[in-house]
Design a protein around this ligand. Sequence first.
Ligand SMILES: [Zn+2]
Length: 744
Amino acid sequence: MLGSRRLLALALAWLILATACGHEQPLEISQDLIAEFPWAETWGEIHDVDFGSARGRRYLLSGWSVDEWDRAKKSNFVWGVGEESVLELEIPRPRDLMLKVRCRPAPGIRGQRVDVVLNGHHLDGFGLRNRLAVYQVSIDGEWLRAGVNELRFRYADHRPGGDGAGGDPRPLAVAWYELSLQAEGAEASAEPRLLSESDALSIPSGTRVEYYLRLAPESVLQVEGVDLRGENASTLEVSLQEDGESSARPVGILKRSKRPRRLELGGEHSRVVRLILEVPVTEDRTSEDSGLILRAPTIRVPSSRPTTSPSDRQSTQEAANEPRPNILLYLIDTLRADHLGIYGYPRPVSPQIDAFAADATVFDDAVAQSSWTRASMASIFTSLWPLQHGTNRRGDVLPPEAVTLAELLKDAGYQTVAFAKNQNVFPTFGFSQGFEDFNAIWAKGKSHKINTKVEKWLGTYSGDRPFFLYVHTVDPHVPYGPPAAFKEQFAKRSNDDLTLKRPPGPEIWKDLESEQQERILGHLLDLYDGEIAYNDSTFGSLMEMLREHSLYEDTVIVLLSDHGEEFQDHGNWQHGRNLFVENLHVPLVIRFPGMGHGVRVEQRVQHVDLMPTLLDYLGLDVPEFVEGSSFLDFVAHPEMPGDEPLRSVYSFLHLDGLPNVSVLEGDWKLVQNLSKGEIAWTNLFNRADDPGETRNRVPERPILASYLATLIAKRRGERSRLTAGEAVLDERMEEALEALGYIN
Ligand SMILES: [Zn+2]
């Protein structure tokens, strides 16, 4: 049939390609399909559902919680939530089967009962014992259909759970651990799986594996060999689908082979695809013991040319022998980038920052790793993204095992001093690690008071050692109350009768007339701008102070925010509630002595990049564990086109309830909201034509959305590097956090 001819043509094409450019362009592995297999989707007869694992998740349609962990049983599981939970199971060959499940009732529910409904037919249900136990339900082959079957578990009872601090508001019914479908007598597995001992992928007849991948140009699929699973000849059909294509396009077939085989996947540009590896059922038989085994399947690309390291990086290294420069990290809390002149804001709120930026490097696209202070600051100070540093919830403490920027700089001979006004980074929460002198500022007052303290300290600074000075101001944070002169300038148009310094609560807000809402929104934005303008003026004063002390020129000055602020952009106020652009796009301006003055960097950078960048600049070793990477090359060579592979940038929020995760790659951003106990929604945004992230594009780009969701699933599946400690809060700390809006 068409198969052998196509194979011949492909083999010829490969011979030609290999002789033409084989020498200059050897292939290197870009994706190992064995390593990627846990994140691929397999389709074939379902045998087991491991509830609470990434692989188990895709069978779950509705009525399920996020993946949970049972500490006592050391097992993952998923809650059945609400009145019923629905699964989809693929069964190519209907026949009598036995359904086995392992589960337990939710806490507080006695006499729970589960009714089982298959494709609309009621099967036998079962009553639950008050502990984890196994139940069986027999399935008559008549009720099954070849292909996808719908299985429903209906619960007699559900109620809010009592687990964890403060109770669990979700209507929990049953905790599910495992499900299996077994036929009479033993049968060979008919699901694609890894043969771990041999680095091989087994694909039985009638099944397929689907990978969501980003393919580089000129990618090829390579296997080291193709073996038969049984006696019967089988063929592997390889096809690709991109968004916008109604069905997958065949790209070639592979048959039994003792030698390596390659299939060209084509493409001139990097693209996201669904790669389908399918072994169809042979026409004459449906043998359970047929199919193919792919040995070491990989995606390969032409080897990249060795990159020559830019020449003037050398000078940075040499500079390591000279006295190291001072470092000032000036962090303005809650400052969204688009409210500064350098990022296009029309109101004159930031003359000082704008002037400073003209003499420094401005990063157009800096991404916060989280949308609240503690999680973001932990990322800035450890170069770990939030799931790795684990410091994400209200009581979390950055643990002593964390290796922080301050510790590394102290070890390198720096005098480390902090002046911080946000309680979230106070010693209680582990952020004084590495600081010889951590000034936690409790007193009321704005950034000029911090300046007074810094000025006093500068008067005592001997210059024996370079300093690392961390200044953390909170002027733009609620309550929005700029000093009179700034209120006069920026909030004058506000009506005098509005005295609000904080957004109204949701109950009040929703009942207001839209005109009233507009007024309040305008008023709060004006006050916010007044606060920014005020903090801008004190930043300018601090720069002046450095000049007076002859420290300005030789100090690396970093201006950064921990997160932005929302003004109803996505139906919320303040921050720490979601991961949209108004919360994650932060200002970043750095003045490196002797480089990058007047430069704008378009490439995307993120919080975790700051630490390796500073270490790189100072010629200090960058620890292996860091997750960020130095962006110094962007500063030194802003004209160089960014031909590096696309980077995935992740942000995470787990302040209240359940997690939010986002990933940015190129122009696309996927946000998953898990706040309703399951993946409540997934939003895909195109930042090129929708910078405000308002239009969900999942329906038009399902393959891209699945690919980005796979990236998130991989990151969420990693074991975290640190485990947060738990803070004991005294009354003063509780009150302070409440004033910041962090304790409800
Ligand atoms: Zn903050």
